[in-house]
Design a protein around this ligand. Structure first.
Ligand code: ANZ
Ligand code: ZN
Length: 918
């Protein structure tokens, strides 16, 4: 239902007019521009900054509305609130759009920012726009470049050759998570491995601190902390050296399971391991296999998904304890970048090794058993005194033994052995067998014994490893922050001197993109741009033409918001505002962004720029926005997806979609189920269309009402219409009430029971909403409580002065309670209620009146033998004895007790009295 702008009734709710007026007031008074102030607690409320893709989507609307509600609420409760906004403006989509349309990425990006800023403004967010920036502006990235050269000097930024995922179509290096099933996430091309020089930030220096810090983040979701812990992946193990036949250099493996050492039946090494390369020199078949391994992604997930494949190198390692020869294989699941790139393979106890051994006919030797098997073996040994290998008894290798008592024990051992032989590796910890002097020991005992043994012999050591790798920040793309390095033939890689920063990315590059379909970086193809002189020796030199990963910009943007215009990255204002008190964003950033963000904060701290260890105390990860999908299937099986806006939906009484037709032709379409809003299913609902139709407040209200913030939110227009109706009802009631003239103060002393009841509901609602906003972040239940209160006010037809005063109090409170969610309408209604135009965030949030919350009497149901026989009104503070007496005196209860004797009276306070009689 659209609002009627030509409505002659000035008291009709006209969102477009109301919203424009409120925003004019906020702009004119610069209501949300803030400075540091000592008299109030600060509250930094940060929502993840958007990529300027062209238009807001519902995910943005949800994210920013949550942030705005929290911000406004915090300000109403006396906080000095900073809510900033900016643009994560570098990145691939701008280049891809440039390739498609022949426009320069900068131009496309700036135009998108203009449009999206207008959209954000039309949603009425209480943002301090004076702090806005786009990360693609040299004023912003100059600080990032300066930080980088400082990190270079501290050794925290360095360059090394590294194997990367190479997308041959997009001509770029991909991050592991951009490789999906071995293919580039955007191009779909088969990814190759390549080795190229890249810049890295030494995040691994902070691995332990990043791990330990998670324990201090009580305000972060457990799920995010778990994902970060797994990503950091700390493990404790041993490095053990194996001598290799005919080699001087030992081969070192890293293992977290040294207890399985006696079960090693081969060694597997990565394709890039020096030993593999050496062996391949004289082995063309192996060389071809190594080549093949270079294809496919480098991430663990990719490797995990592949079939276990390998090839013998022809080399042999010598087992450090038994002296046995074990073959060395190249295996596709061993990563060069983890541990030592070599693994002692224990097929009985590692599933990957097990699969590999089964595929290549290698022996499987169990050495670790669970307690039950250990006990069974002991039992066998105790019955068959003359055997020293109870396992061989279990296997029947000892010839027939006639001891019935050990049948059960034999079965337990067989079951264990068959499991390993036929089904899968036994990967749990346990007790050692087949391990000579280590037999019977548990994990910790063997671990320590072997660590000491190898450390004493100089052939091994304890080692803590992290899965976390250093952060590769080089990208071969154009639209990013230039890496501030100069290569000199004599001096090598030289940081650009700070006084020569920024290294500016040229923006006027439309010509370079004029040839559609060619993917290249204009700064790589321009021979002029890269030409420079060496800052150290003055000789001709060349600039680095790679740019930073865009996670670089989003790692420190929060800090820049605190210090607009600062000469350095931030100034002393950052100490006041950081850490962020509430961070809000998508769960998809749980690992990388949030880890880099935490890392960067520690870099800032170590540069003396901030005081805290962690950048954000509280994190809220909002759920997805989902919607129904609609499609038709073409004869060739292809599906054409229709946008919900183009479909007429038929629902049953429960609101479920039962049928749908295309508006354009009136013919049916298939209902495809509710899914995340996406381009591919064409089920995105355009926020702009919703704002134009219903107004921003309705859109905000719906996105907060339809579900709690962490869960997914299903967009459905019937629900939006419900919200619009509620706002119209509120609007009408406030106006009707205001026509009754000014109200006095409510006098509790002369209140009627109906007035007391309404006032109690009002103050219970105030209490609930404050708690829902501030502590629980349960905005949906807060709204539901206000809706019920409005219904109660509507039913309250009390024309007395005291009644009018109470209605005034209720409506004023409701306007303030709803203000964080529907600020425009509330801004207008506050004036209708007789106040001068003012900033509602400066009006204190309503507080519950304890006297009003007091319930004087409660109604209790009285049962006799489980059947309801009457009700009684008792004082809230009535004693158990008084309640019992009153229940037994109730006339109807008395009637049912006639002729019976009371055995027991059960009182459930506040609810029910049950009289047991017989
Ligand atoms: C022998 C063994 C026996 C292992 C067993 C596991 C189970 P985390 O905990 O993640 O650190 N490994 C070591 N380096 C590797 C590499 N570069 N690529 C692939 N796998 C590698 O894992 C450590 C375990 O992963 C190590 O312990 C090693 O296999 C394997 F029953 O050694 B284990
Ligand atoms: Zn030089």
């Amino acid at each position: 239902m659209s609002q009627d702008l030509s409505s002659p009734d000035p008291t009709a709710y006209q969102p477009a007019r109301v919203e424009a007026a409120a925003r004019r007031f906020w702009d004119a008074t610069r209501a949300y521009e803030v400075v540091e102030r000592p008299d109030r607690p600060k509250f930094f409320c940060l929502s993840m900054l958007p990529y300027p893709s062209g238009a807001l989507h519902m995910g943005h609307v949800r994210n920013y509305t949550i942030g705005d509600v929290i911000s406004r609420y915090k300000r109403m409760t006396g906080h000095n609130v900073l809510q900033p906004m900016g643009w994560d403006a570098f990145g691939l989509p701008a280049e891809n759009a440039a390739i498609r349309n022949g426009t320069a990425p900068a131009k496309w990006t700036y135009a998108n920012i203009e449009h999206m800023r207008d959209q954000l403004k039309s949603l009425g967010y209480a943002i301090d726009w004076s702090r806005e920036f786009a990360t693609c502006s040299p004023d912003y990235y100059v600080h990032e470049q300066r930080m980088f050269v400082r990190l270079m000097k501290k050794g925290l930024a360095y360059r090394k050759n590294s194997v990367v995922n190479w997308d041959p179509v997009d001509q770029t290096v991909l991050a592991n998570e951009q490789v999906i099933e071995g293919r580039g996430w955007r191009s779909g091309a088969l990814v190759e491995k390549r080795e190229i020089p890249q810049w890295f930030l030494r995040i691994t220096d902070y691995a332990q601190e990043l791990l330990d810090g998670l324990d201090t983040l009580d305000g972060w979701p457990e799920s995010v902390k778990t994902m970060q812990r797994n990503w950091i992946g700390r493990s404790e193990g041993l490095e053990i050296q194996f001598r290799v036949d005919g080699e001087d250099e030992p081969l070192t493996v890293y293992t977290t399971r040294p207890d399985t050492l006696m079960g090693v039946t081969f060694i597997s090494i990565a394709g890039e391991h020096p030993l593999a390369l050496k062996a391949a020199k004289h082995n063309p078949e192996l060389a071809a296999f190594l080549d093949e391994l270079k294809r496919g992604g480098v991430s663990e997930a990719d490797l995990e998904a592949q079939d276990k494949r390998g090839m013998a190198t022809g080399q042999w390692a010598i087992h450090p304890i038994t002296g046995e020869d074990v073959p060395i294989y190249v295996a596709n699941f061993v990563l060069m970048g983890y541990g030592t790139g070599a693994v002692m393979a224990v097929p009985a106890h590692d599933q990957r090794d097990w699969e590999f051994a089964k595929a290549y006919g290698l022996p499987v030797r169990p050495v670790v058993v669970p307690a039950a098997v250990r006990d069974a073996l002991a039992e066998i040994a105790s019955h068959v005194a003359d055997v020293d290998d109870p396992m061989s008894v279990a296997l029947g290798g000892h010839g027939p033994i006639d001891v019935v008592e050990i049948d059960a024990a034999v079965a337990v051992v067989r079951e264990y052995l068959d499991g390993i032989e036929q089904r899968e590796a036994f990967t749990e910890r346990g007790f050692l067998i087949n391990s000579g002097e280590y037999n019977g020991m548990d994990f910790d005992a063997v671990f320590n014994a072997l660590a000491e043994r190898f450390e004493a012999a100089g052939s091994g050591r304890r080692k803590v490893n992290f899965r976390l790798r250093d952060w590769g920040v080089s990208r071969q793309r154009y639209w990013g922050c230039p890496i501030p390095v100069i290569y000199c033939p004599d001096c090598g890689a030289v940081p650009v001197p700070e006084d020569q920063l920024p290294v500016v990315l040229p923006e006027d590059v439309a010509d370079a993109f004029a040839n559609p379909g060619v993917v290249h970086s204009p700064i790589k193809s321009d021979p002029q741009w890269r030409k420079t002189t060496c800052p150290e020796c003055g000789k001709p030199a060349e600039r680095e033409t790679d740019t930073f990963d865009t996670f670089m910009e989003s790692s420190w943007y929060y800090a820049r918001y605190t210090s607009p215009g600062a000469a350095d990255m931030v100034d002393e204002r950052a100490r006041y505002w950081t850490p962020v008190d509430q961070y809000i964003g998508g769960i998809e950033h749980a690992i990388l962004h949030l880890l880099y963000f935490r890392f960067y904060h520690k870099l800032l701290r170590d540069q003396g720029l901030v005081d805290s260890d962690e950048p954000a105390t509280n994190l809220l990860t909002q759920g997805m926005v989902i919607a129904e999908t609609y499609y038709r299937e073409h004869p060739n099986g292809a599906r054409e997806w229709f946008n919900p806006a183009d479909v007429e939906v038929e629902r049953d009484e429960k609101g479920r979609v039962v049928g749908a037709t295309l508006k354009a032709d009136g013919h049916p379409v298939m209902v495809g189920g509710v899914e995340k809003m996406s381009k591919s299913k064409n089920n995105g609902v355009d926020p702009q269309a919703m704002i134009d139709r219903y107004g921003a407040d309705t859109v905000r209200l719906f996105s907060m009402f339809a579900s709690p913030p962490e869960l997914s939110l299903e967009w459905n227009e019937a629900g939006v219409e419900g919200m619009a109706r509620f706002l119209r009802r509120l609007w009408a009631q406030v106006h009707r009430h205001a026509q009754g003239g000014p109200a006095g103060r409510f006098d509790p002393a002369s209140a009627t029971p109906a007035q007391k009841a309404l006032r109690r509901q009002l103050h219970e609602t105030i209490q609930k909403v404050g708690d829902d906003y501030g502590r629980r972040h349960a905005f949906n239940t807060a709204i539901a409580a206000v809706m019920e209160l409005l219904n109660a006010v509507a039913r309250f037809d009390d024309a007395s002065d005291n009644g009018h005063a109470l209605r005034q109090e209720a409506l004023e409170s409701m306007v303030l309670l709803l203000n964080p969610i529907t600020p425009h309408a509330c801004h207008a209604l506050w004036q209708v209620l007789g106040h001068p135009e003012t900033l509602l965030e400066d009006v204190p949030f309503p507080q519950p009146d304890p006297a009003a919350l007091q319930r004087e009497a409660v109604t209790l149901a009285v049962q006799v033998n489980g059947k309801l026989r009457g009700t009684i009104e008792v004082a809230v503070d009535a004693t158990r004895e008084a309640i019992e007496a009153q229940a037994l005196a109730e006339p109807n209860v008395q009637a049912f007790l006639k002729g019976l004797s009371v055995r027991k009276v059960i009182v459930v306070p506040g609810k029910i009295v049950n009289v047991v009689a017989g």
